[in-house]
Design a protein around this ligand. Structure first.
Ligand SMILES: C[S@@+](CC[C@H](N)C(=O)[O-])C[C@H]1O[C@@H](n2cnc3c(N)ncnc32)[C@H](O)[C@@H]1O
Length: 294
């Protein structure tokens, strides 16, 4: 049928793709391309439970991952900001574009309109890791994303560990987050300064209740800005961030918390030891006693 070279030769070789693209990678524009075939081959394998009918890829570059995604997905939409790479992807995968199996969207992944995708798989531009992740997570789709290792571990961090922080609570509010593979610098060209890690996110409803999501996320952000302080002081000192009208009233209400949802010493704890469910319970109290003059 004269389809893509994939059908005759299997998947495309990363070095050959980069050579054919003929564009020098610019690390200042978050361009670090995967060159280790074994890593690229494993990425979709972490998503065997995912619905790959329409996969979104952010940052296609020379198309190493795009090529693998076209093997496992019915359809792929790739967003690429650099016009030279977007143009290359359209040429290199011309057959897939013509068939409607690949759509190349040229633009900034933070602003473009995203399609109605079923899963997202990407070796992300690290400069926008946080912003793009929090654009995608609320959409409730499963994802396999490559991050800097430290960022990945903070996303997956559990209460009581060094990695646990605002990023852990907010990411895990939307999904279960697992680090599935650490990827060494040498797997990329040019090699980035630090190791990377592949994260799998599986959307879920949290096992706690939040009435006002925006306030909950602001409250978590506020308290973590003072992670070395006790919760008592952190709540009082950060009303300008959490948006509370009366931090003292919240502290008073938490002196004698509901033992079913909060430990009696919650005010003496520090943010790093407070679980997401406990944050949610505190946010409910804060909402009731500390907002709107209530
Ligand atoms: C880390 S590279 C990954 C390339 C390729 N997927 C791979 O694994 O080899 C990130 C890619 O994202 C592109 N990029 C950077 N910022 C972007 C943005 N804001 N929106 C869309 N693409 C972006 C870069 O041009 C680059 O091609």
């Amino acid at each position: 049928m004269g389809r893509s070279p994939r059908e005759e030769h299997g998947t495309r070789n990363p070095d050959a793709l980069i050579r054919r693209a003929g564009v020098r990678a610019d690390p200042n524009r978050d361009q670090h391309f995967l060159v280790d075939d074994r890593v690229v081959d494993r990425i979709p394998e972490y998503g065997t439970e995912m619905d790959f009918s329409h996969v979104l890829e952010i940052g296609g570059g020379p198309g190493v991952l795009t090529d693998r995604l076209l093997v496992v997905a019915d359809r792929v939409t790739v967003v690429e900001r650099d016009p030279k790479f977007a143009d290359f992807l359209r040429r290199e995968f011309a057959d897939d574009c013509e068939d409607g199996r690949l759509t190349v969207v040229e633009g900034d992944a933070l602003n473009v309109e995203l399609p109605d995708f079923t899963a997202c798989v990407a070796n992300l531009p690290y400069g926008i890791s946080s912003e793009i992740t929090f654009r995608l997570l609320p959409l409730g789709k499963p994802m396999l994303l490559m991050f800097q290792q430290e960022f990945a571990e903070r996303m997956a961090g559990e209460a009581g560990t060094d990695d646990y922080g605002r990023l852990s609570v907010t990411a895990q509010h939307y999904a279960d987050v697992e680090v599935v593979e650490i990827v060494p610098r040498e797997a990329f060209s040019p090699a980035p300064e630090v190791s990377s890690a592949i994260v799998r996110t599986t959307p879920r409803n949290p096992d706690y209740e939040v009435d006002d999501e925006e306030f909950f996320l602001d409250f978590v952000k506020a308290v973590f800005t003072q992670r070395r302080k006790t919760i008592r002081n952190a709540i009082r000192n950060t009303v300008h961030i959490s948006g509370l009208d009366d931090g003292d009233a919240v502290v008073d209400a938490l002196e004698d918390p509901d033992p079913d949802v909060l430990p009696e010493d919650i005010l003496r704890k520090r943010a790093g030891n407070v679980t997401p469910a406990q944050f949610a319970a505190m946010a409910r109290v804060a909402d009731e006693y500390g907002r709107g003059g209530g």
